[in-house]
Design a protein around this ligand. Structure first.
Ligand SMILES: [Cu+2]
Length: 161
């Protein structure tokens, strides 16, 4: 069991969620990859003092059909699609085994307090300036690989897009 690790993860996610509440508006975000009408923008990972962290980015489905982000792989540690659910003051994370659907001509935001890529078993602490690679597996568009920069947790909160 990884009970202790899980509790630490929840705490750090809650903390990062609180720190980045100022960053609700990310509409004019930077596109890092586009393939077959699927656009990925504004990827980042918060610096972590442990071997777990979470990655966030936006997906814009510009096509006229529904797309599914089915799974995620990482070149560093393990990656899983998660959703943070807050209910009655309790914060829990749920593994999304069936992926996340992105409706035609709509956005999906992976962001603190919501959908995220959970990163576990990272080989060393992630530091500002590091990068990891995520391989996003889409149902229609296949694999898209993005480079995700590590930022300080205070940096994003002060971001003005
Ligand atoms: Cu998680």
């Amino acid at each position: 069991m990884h009970k202790t690790l899980f509790q630490v993860s929840i705490f750090s996610l809650l903390l990062t969620a609180l720190l980045s509440m100022a960053c609700a508006d990310q509409n004019s975000s930077e596109v890092v990859l586009e393939k077959n009408g699927i656009e990925i923008s504004s990827p980042y990972i918060f610096e972590s003092a442990s071997n777990t962290s979470a990655a966030y980015f936006h997906i814009n489905n510009k096509t006229s059909v529904s797309e599914i982000l089915m799974s995620v792989d990482s070149n560093s540690g393990t990656a899983m699609l998660h959703e943070t659910i807050t209910s009655g003051g309790m914060v829990q994370m749920r593994y999304l085994a069936e992926g996340i659907e992105i409706a035609p001509e709509s956005h999906l935001h992976l962001e603190p307090g919501s959908f995220h890529v959970m990163l576990n078993d990272l080989p060393s602490n992630l530091l500002f300036g590091d990068k990891i690679e995520l391989i996003l597996e889409f149902k229609n568009s296949g694999q898209l690989t993005i480079e995700v920069p590590v930022i300080k947790s205070t940096e994003h909160a002060g971001h003005t897009h």
